[in-house]
Structure formats: structure tokens, C-alpha cells
Ligand binder design. Structure first.
Ligand code: SF4
Ligand code: SF4
Ligand code: SF4
Length: 392
């Protein structure tokens, strides 16, 4: 009875905070007008810039409150329900499918460095370097990377087809060409290496591990539950493409990258969604990537991407460590017993499966046929504590 009362109070507090946040963001102060895009590099050091960041602070604070509430609620449920306690023991883990701490491989160092540099370039590149790249686009969630045309991210034009076809033919070709080239060259590696939203989710995961909070381990039920959300977002995105709507109102990234670039923007639904994304990706790695419509569309072209995941089925011992480690829940890398190419439409080329595989060369990442990262037992064990000496 007591725990039910606590649950009701928690839901009311969460609902109240969410309503407060939602209505405070409707203030005209945060209205966004693309024609006001006159941000200069100097503005990054002004009080006005700090004022622009206020919605971001609200999002961060509400997400922190949400995370604390979820942790407390889970503890409460474990305490008050023995059956749940047994369930939690079986379905959660501090490591959430990760291998023991080990020395980072060169591939991982490069991937993380590229992610950070990409985020800086995609968010502030236009301001810092004065990038003017006309309609060059990357298929990912980052609007303000181009100081000449901040709306040139491909998800913007894909969800505003009417605006795309009003551009001069040269710009349309440039847009289509650069988007197609990045899809073919990189595929969903843009998600593992470049998209700032991916970096944000990785940071939330790191935060969880630093605070030693239990995550939600990957299981098929979770991915089955996420599938309807993914299809809803894909249908909304595709529907708005043809109906001439504005997907930006629903995109969580609108509440981050334009604001960081110094553009005042209204948050509405997107800011509200961002709170859920931050809380969700804290407990489950790359939660939003599992439902992202942009990632889904890039994944449709995975067969032509130059990045591949290869498996040597003769070296595989069917331990399942790769599936446990995969943030996208791709079972094929574990279950495949014949084919050498196990690249899946959802694979973001993060290399976690390769890192956690204990068999030499059982899994590899390749680019244009050349191996760039292979599994190795020695590397996997490199950071493990030596076994204690047993006194006889
Ligand atoms: S799936 Fe979407 S959010 Fe995730 S990294 Fe790819 S484009 Fe970004
Ligand atoms: S299959 Fe491997 S590289 Fe692809 S997303 Fe899963 S862990 Fe990352
Ligand atoms: S981690 Fe390696 S050995 Fe284990 S199932 Fe996956 S590919 Fe096979």
C-alpha cells in the first residue's frame, strides 16, 4: 500500500515537472526563426549565448531528476517484491553486456576521437571555421553544421521535400550526391563515428558506468517492445516528408545542437522527447538509435556500404559474447553459422562485438575489403587482473 502511494506520488511529480518544462518552453523567448541565423563566433563568449543555453540546462536538470527517480523506484520495487528482486538479478547488470575493463584498441581510440571532433565540427564548425559548404549533407541529426545554410542536414530536406525541390538544380544534385556518397561510403558508420546524438548517448552510458548504476541488459523482449516505437517514428517521418509537415518539431536533436550553436529555439515536443532519450540511454546503450528513423533509412542501404562486419564461423565457439555486447541487439552476429558477411541493417560499426569476442579473428570489421579491426583473445584479456596465487 505504502509503495503504491509512493509510485503515485512519483508519477505525479514527474508529470508535474514535465508539464512545467513543456509550458515554460512555449514562451515566445525561445521561438526559433531560421531567418535569424546571424550567429557569429564572438557570440559564443557573450551573455546572450549563456541565455540561449537555458533550455539545455532545464533538460539536463529534468533528466537528472528522472534518472534519480527511476533508480529509487527500482530499488523500492526490489525491496518490496521478492519476485521482482529475482527478476532484477537475472535481467540487469552493472556492465550491461560489456567485457571486463581492458586497454582500448586503436580502433576504439580512433572511433571516440572522430566522434568528439565530428560533434565539434557539426555543431560549431560553421561558426569556428566559417565553413561554407553550400548544400553538402550528411545523413544524420545535426542541423547547424553549415554556416551558409543551417538547414542543409539531409534529414531536414528529406522531411521538407517541397523546399528541396525549390532549390536550383545544381544544389539539388549537390545535396543528393553528397548524401548518397556518405551513405555508400560510410553506411551506418555515420551513427558509430559521426552523429552527435550517438556521442550524447555514449556519454550517458559512460556516466552510468561511472556512477556504478545498474543498466538494462539487452534482451529480445526489450527490442520487441521498441519495434512499434521505431515504426511509429519512421511512419511519422515518412508521412511528414510527403504531407509537407515539419519533423524538426519532433526531433530530440533540435533541443541540443542548434542551442549549442547559439540559436534560440523553441523546444516543444522535441525538448520533452530529449529528456526521455537522455534517461533511456542512461539505462540502455544507444536506446534512441534503436528507434531513430534517420538511422533506419540509412540502414536500408547497408548492402552497398563499404564498411562490413565479417565472421569466421569456423573460429566461433558460440559463446554469445558478441550479442551480449552489441548495443543494437543484433543476434545475427552470434547465430550465423555459414555466411562470412554478417553486416546487419542496424549495425552502427561500433566494434563492440569485435572487442568482446574471445576468439582470434572470429569477428572483424572491414572497409573496402581491408581488415581494420579483428577480435583477439590476447587483447580482450589485456586489462584483466591476473588470477590470485593460490597458497598450497
Ligand atoms: S541512429 Fe539516428 S541518432 Fe543514432 S547515431 Fe544514427 S542518425 Fe544519430
Ligand atoms: S554488430 Fe558489432 S559493430 Fe555492429 S552494432 Fe553490433 S556490436 Fe556494433
Ligand atoms: S563472441 Fe565470437 S566466439 Fe562468441 S559467439 Fe560471437 S563470434 Fe562466436
Amino acid at each position: 500500500m505504502k509503495s503504491r502511494r509512493k509510485l503515485i506520488v512519483t508519477i505525479l511529480v514527474c508529470g508535474g515537472l514535465a508539464a512545467l518544462a513543456y509550458f515554460s518552453w512555449m514562451l515566445p523567448f525561445y521561438e526559433f526563426d531560421v531567418n535569424d541565423y546571424d550567429v557569429s563566433f564572438e557570440k559564443l563568449f557573450s551573455a546572450e549565448y549563456l541565455r540561449t543555453l537555458v533550455p539545455l540546462f532545464i533538460i539536463a536538470a529534468l533528466s537528472a531528476v528522472g534518472i534519480v527517480l527511476v533508480v529509487k523506484l527500482r530499488k523500492q520495487m526490489v525491496k518490496s517484491d521478492r519476485r521482482y528482486s529475482r527478476f532484477a538479478d537475472a535481467h540487469t547488470s552493472k556492465q550491461s553486456g560489456r567485457a571486463p575493463k581492458q586497454k582500448p584498441a586503436l580502433f576504439m581510440i580512433v572511433r571516440r576521437t572522430v566522434m568528439v571532433v565530428s560533434a565539434v565540427v557539426l555543431i560549431w564548425g560553421g561558426l569556428i571555421f566559417g565553413l561554407k559548404m553550400s548544400s553538402l549533407s550528411l545523413p544524420l541529426l545535426s542541423c547547424p553544421w553549415n554556416s551558409e545554410e543551417m538547414t542543409a542536414s539531409s534529414c531536414y530536406y528529406l522531411s521538407h521535400l517541397n523546399e528541396l525541390f525549390q532549390l536550383p538544380i545544381k544544389k539539388i544534385l549537390l545535396f543528393v550526391g553528397s548524401t548518397a556518397a556518405s551513405v555508400i561510403l560510410l553506411g551506418r558508420a555515420v551513427c558509430g563515428f559521426i552523429c552527435p546524438m550517438g556521442l550524447i548517448q555514449d556519454v550517458m552510458d559512460r556516466l552510468r558506468r561511472r556512477t556504478k548504476t545498474e543498466g538494462i541488459a539487452a534482451n529480445e523482449k526489450l527490442y520487441a517492445a521498441l519495434t512499434p516505437i521505431k515504426w511509429t517514428l519512421v511512419l511519422v517521418f515518412a508521412g511528414l516528408c510527403f504531407a509537407g509537415g515539419n519533423f524538426c518539431n519532433f526531433c530530440p536533436m533540435v533541443s541540443v545542437s542548434p542551442i549549442l550553436a547559439g540559436i534560440s529555439t523553441s523546444l516543444y515536443v522535441s525538448g520533452f522527447l530529449m529528456i526521455f532519450v537522455l534517461i533511456g540511454s542512461f539505462f540502455k546503450r544507444r536506446l534512441f538509435c534503436s528507434v531513430c528513423p534517420v538511422g533506419y533509412m540509412v540502414g536500408l542501404f547497408h548492402k552497398v556500404s563499404l564498411f562490413r562486419v565479417k565472421k569466421d564461423c569456423t573460429a566461433c565457439t558460440e559463446c554469445g559474447a558478441c550479442y551480449e555486447a552489441c548495443p543494437m541487439g543484433i543476434k545475427q552476429i552470434y547465430t550465423e553459422r555459414g555466411k562470412a558477411d554478417v553486416t546487419d541493417a542496424n549495425c552502427i560499426m561500433c566494434g563492440e562485438c569485435v572487442r568482446c569476442c574471445p576468439e582470434d579473428n572470429a569477428l572483424s570489421l572491414t572497409f573496402a575489403g581491408a581488415k581494420i579491426y579483428s577480435s583477439s583473445r590476447k587483447k580482450l584479456m589485456s586489462g584483466c587482473e591476473p588470477a590470485e596465487k593460490v597458497r598450497r
